[in-house]
Design a protein around this ligand. Structure first.
Ligand code: GDD
Ligand code: MG
Length: 361
């Protein structure tokens, strides 16, 4: 079995983080998200992976190479211009030899891929889509199906009032190779807006399996923070997480008087014992937390400096950023790579500070 992981999106909703790091390389608990996805594939015995990329592909190639380090074979296909979620599949047709998985590159889930293979064998048809139930389906693809799981309609991002169902496309598909015959070559094609409706209209069997797995699309800052909260609270199962303060920097946390778990810290962090840390905090490798800092509900990437008296709540701070003395960064703020927030500056909730175009690295 092969898998295609779609990693060509620009990650616009995560800017400025994605001006320095392409979305698949954005760290989850300190590890690029794509590494976690590839581990999941490897665990399911799927080791032949094709990555259609286009936005900052070099960062992905540099990290994963040919995949041999992970015991996998990775084939990269770089799009000159974005081909869309189906065009990207058509563009790698010559590498696909049989049934294959397609994974949206920004989905964190506990879905069992082997169970999906068994379900597809049972149901037959051209493909099987993983669905999940959500409260508000308007930001997703709505999928209508009958009691036999056969899909009768796919409506991408409908207005909330007209959404036909709260069962949504969770971004994992298992297809027969013939689906590629239904995708036109040489142009941008959306699988959600074009291919799925065409397959349904042609009467080819497209099936749905709804599960109650953990599931999160990491495309927006609030979802990125929520995913970390869920991992820390063990709502999303992730290996090697013991109760209590975790990570190679746990010893530095042990000296903090006002520590509220869960908190995770990576290697070589320095934390002043007078800081107030947690809950729901992830501190990347080499970060430095000064005296009287207040740090809550936030994710710091590597090498971030919080100077004395800084307050950081509900924020994402990218690698190499520095938050000056007594500066305040509030709820939903995103600070880009190597960005300095001047001492005393107060950033309103939802601020985005950093690069305004891709950073050449
Ligand atoms: N190679 C390539 N080329 N990849 C692309 C392109 C492209 O032109 N456009 C998007 N992608 C990748 C993105 O990197 C991402 O991994 C995936 O395709 C989905 O794109 P998003 O931009 O994240 O889509 P979305 O989150 O708005 O909606 C999609 O995901 C939802 C579930 O998370 C849709 O598939 C919805 O139907 C679905 O509910
Ligand atoms: Mg997405």
């Amino acid at each position: 079995m092969q898998a295609i992981v779609l990693v060509g999106g620009e990650g616009t909703r995560l800017r400025p983080l994605t001006y320095g790091t392409p979305k698949p390389m954005v760290p989850i608990m300190g590890v690029p998200f794509l590494a976690r996805t590839l581990e999941r594939l490897h665990h399911a015995g799927i080791n032949d992976v094709i990555l259609p990329a286009g936005y900052m592909p070099q960062a992905i190639v540099d990290y994963f190479g040919d995949g041999s380090r992970l015991g996998m074979k990775i084939t990269y296909v770089i799009e000159e211009t974005p081909l869309g979620t189906a065009g990207a599949l058509k563009n790698v047709e010559q590498h696909i030899h049989g049934p294959f998985f397609v994974l949206n590159g920004d989905v964190l889930t506990s879905l069992d891929l082997q169970a999906m293979i068994a379900e597809h064998e049972r149901l037959g048809g051209l493909g099987l889509l993983h669905l999940i139930r959500v409260d508000d389906p308007s930001a997703f693809g709505c999928v209508v199906h009958d009691a036999q799981q056969r899909i009768s309609a796919f409506v991408e991002k409908p207005p909330r009032e007209t959404a036909p169902t709260n069962e949504i496309n969770a971004g994992t598909y298992l297809f027969e190779r013939e689906i590629l015959d239904m995708i036109p070559a040489g142009r941008n094609v959306s699988i959600e807006r074009e291919t799925f409706p065409a397959v349904i209209a042609a009467g080819k069997g497209l099936y749905a399996c709804t599960t109650s797995d953990y599931w999160m699309d990491l495309g927006k800052p609030e979802q990125y923070l929520a995913a970390h909260r869920d991992i820390l609270a063990r709502r999303m199962p992730m290996l090697a997480l013991e109760p209590g303060a975790t990570g190679e920097g746990a010893a530095a946390l042990a000296r903090v008087a006002r520590l509220e778990l869960p908190v995770h810290a990576d290697a070589q962090v320095t934390i002043d014992p007078s800081a107030v840390v947690g809950p729901n905090v992830v501190i990347g490798a080499g970060c430095s937390i000064g005296a009287r800092v207040v740090l809550r509900d936030s994710v710091l990437w590597d090498g971030v400096v919080l100077e004395e008296g800084a307050i950081v709540e509900g924020a994402i701070v990218a690698s190499g950023a520095r938050i000056g003395r007594e500066a305040r960064v509030f709820e939903g703020s995103v600070i880009g790579h190597d960005t300095t927030i001047e001492p005393g500056r107060v950033l309103d909730a939802g601020s985005r500070v950093g690069a305004t175009a891709p950073i050449a690295r």
